[in-house]
Design a protein around this ligand. Sequence first.
Ligand code: NDP
Length: 251
Amino acid sequence: MDYQTFKYLLFAWMILAILVFPIAVRIAAPYGRHTRKGWGPEIDNRMAWMLMEMPALIIVVVLGLTGEVAPNRIIYFILGLWILHYGHRSFIFPFMLRTKGKKMPLSIMLSAIFFNLINGFFLGYYLGNFANYPLHYFSDPRFIIGLSIFFLGMFINMRSDYYLINLRKPGESGYKIPKGGLFDYVSCPNHFGEIIEWGGFALLTFCLPALSFYLWTMANLIPRTLNHHKWYQEKFENYPNNRKAVIPFIL
Ligand code: NDP
């Protein structure tokens, strides 16, 4: 595929992300606390997490390494960051969850696989065929600042995820009000961290597919966060009313 066609397809995909946003705000994706019946057959949620995140890991690495352009150290580094995130998300995160017996609709898992494959295709195909990073890009301010933001976001995301997971003692179920650190400012610092992380990635790679992926991340995560926030407010009478949903002091 030539770059022009690639770009047109990518723009169409980015427009779709913008269209999906308001729908996702209105219809909370039915997994985790929003699980409800009526979404068809279900699958164990840990298995679903693994199966839906693994395709992203594989497709980017395979396409990134097998394209027409021989990968240089920058490309290997970018792929390393991708593996770091998706390796953790596919093979560690699902097994840390304290959600024994919880299910996820197969339809949600399949739509996540679709979303991951398309995003992964665009990024991997770009890295394997069109990317042209000179080696001195390692010292480019976009790379350095973007990388710092990426790791900051990853740190916030993982720390908050594991804090939330550990709110349940082994064998417990149900929900508690999270407290302390960023949780005093927003309901979902884990989502906030992930949004920061992929913003950093978009800056450090400075390419359209990563920008598109960032748009999709926001189109998925901001509605999910707004739904979580509303859920907390409805579930807990004493939920702190100065807490925002995802961006401290703003949203
Ligand atoms: P949640 O915050 O809903 O849940 C994370 C884990 O903590 C779950 O096991 C959940 O249990 C548990 N948990 C959450 N809140 C509480 C609480 N108050 N009391 C007790 N346990 C709690 O995260 P998501 O499922 O929305 O997302 C998980 C990860 O995946 C995040 O890092 C997120 O950023 C990422 N993600 C990324 C997307 C993207 O487009 N890039 C899209 C969606 C998620 P339970 O499952 O039972 O609710």
